[in-house]
Design a protein around this ligand. Sequence first.
Ligand SMILES: [Mg+2]
Length: 386
Amino acid sequence: MKRPFTIETASASIQSSIRNAVISFDEMTVSVIKVTFENNGHQVNGYGFCSNGRYAQEGIIKNRFMPRLHKVSPDSLLDDNGVIDPLKCWSVFMQNEKPGGHGDRAVAAGALDMALWDVYAKAYQKPLWKILSEQFNDNQVDEQIFVYPGGGYYYPGKGYEGLKDEFKKYQEQGYKVMKMKVGGDSIEEDLRRIDAALSVVGFGKNLCVDANARFDLKEALAFAEAIHPYDLMWYEEPLDPDDFLSHAILAESYVPSLATGENLFSKHGLQNLLRHGGLRPDRDWIQLDPALSYGLTHYLQIIEMIESFGWSRRRLIPHGGHQLALNIAAGLQTGGSESYPGVFQPFGGFADGYEIVEGRVKPQQEPGLGIEQKGDLYRRLKEIFD
Ligand SMILES: [Mg+2]
């Protein structure tokens, strides 16, 4: 049987002059994927990319994942209607991969899995969120999704006014809750930046701070004490993502919400955090990014796992600010999604013309992930692959 699909992959740059407390983004790249599927004589294209913040992983995709998909009978990758099946593909491309050791492999799988789900939903001519709702969520849907801009980066010459102007712009766009970077300067300086941000957003529950895993326990506790009175929406990645005991100690003294998980890449990593990190299901937030952690296919297992631990899926707000997280939030009813208006372009951000009302957005109505509806992203993907 002729193979009814082709897979192409490449690296793209999302280089930028911004920095958080730990890294600058001047070398940042992203893996991009195009899957083309012959569906009853029609060609359907699906696109994927590995979110942002880790580097492109073409080697793993080209040398391990693609050959495995090419080696098996094409029939074994199709569903009952003859459509390429992301769940079956995932099991095949992950064959012969040992447990553990996630990191870059999880990123490569996330990009490929995203393109497979895009093509699958397009073959059924439905938005991905609708497919997810029908197949995995008893037809339940969220029509308004909580989104917040992950912004407030450090960059040269920005100053307090630059931060305030950035946040005013988000407010004009309709956002309510926003996030800023901390930990890249002294506590005193960061507190002045937080005060500047609060003068725009109004009060603590409209502001999140993100230390990007910059602190050791002593520093994380000192920063927690300094921001405690603000009662912020959340204090993100205070500590190394794998230092579960320190998270547990911090959670004993810091009463408001903590958030973490964007640098955990599997359900097993998250399971360890839930078991040993002292996080509290009534207030803390989990931010694993499906595009960085083995894809939507694995994220379905993550939802099942956290619910078995007594956590609500509403505590999941993925890192990444992309269309995949938005479709997941709508169709699987998680807590919302990060958003990147203006950073990590053209991969960051949602489709064109989206209206944010009171910090919420509606999912797209077009089939698939909605990548074609984000003009700059679609143009870049066409430049790469066509
Ligand atoms: Mg973060």
